[in-house]
Design a protein around this ligand. Structure first.
Ligand SMILES: [Mg+2]
Length: 186
């Protein structure tokens, strides 16, 4: 199961651009809550921009993301789990984006904030909180944290692994599935 924003989809760059355009100040890229430190008025303006029709549809995939997803498909079914934002067209744009950019099946997109509700043999996620919640709900699964500046200081990964690039994530999943097939999974 794949998280979308921050893992295969570059939400961050256009989000930071919008915040800088609207407030005159660019947030640092080393924190997960990108609007911490802004006023409530500024936050409302920025969320409105990120929720506006077209914002989600216009996001770019990270380089190599589609090849990574296709490679994962050689190991098994790839399902996408994405926490929806509240814009009126946001969820539809996200599903369309996953169909167009990642070749997702229409029904293999879970729009849910609590990723622990979605099963699977592995998760790749850039939020330490989501990753940890999934790991606790699926102790037999492989929980992987996608390395990013805003989670680099989160060192406590008792139940999981840190993946620094797509090749490393692919190898971790492949090894995990081999172990399951041998009957000595975690
Ligand atoms: Mg994410």
């Amino acid at each position: 199961m794949l998280d979308v924003d921050g893992v295969i989809c570059d939400f961050l760059t256009p989000a930071l651009d919008a915040i800088e355009r609207l407030t005159g100040r660019r947030p640092p890229d080393d924190r997960y809550q990108i609007l911490d430190g802004y006023t409530d008025y500024e936050k409302a303006d920025c969320w409105a921009a990120m929720n506006a029709p077209g914002f989600c549809a216009g996001l770019n995939p990270y380089e190599g993301a589609r090849a990574f997803v296709d490679a994962l498909r050689s190991l098994g079914r790839v399902v996408f789990a994405t926490a929806p934002m509240k814009g009126p067209t946001w969820e539809g744009e996200r599903r369309r984006w996953l169909l167009d950019h990642m070749g997702a099946a229409w029904g293999d997109v879970a729009s849910v904030a609590d990723k622990s509700l979605v099963g699977g043999v592995a998760i790749l996620e850039d939020s330490p909180g989501h990753m940890r919640a999934w790991a606790e709900a699926h102790p037999e699964g492989l929980a992987m944290l996608w390395h990013a500046p805003y989670n680099a200081g989160d060192l406590a990964l008792p139940h999981g692994e840190r993946a620094h690039d797509y090749n490393e994530a692919f190898d971790l999943v492949a090894r995990h599935i081999e172990a399951l097939e041998r009957g000595d999974g975690r």
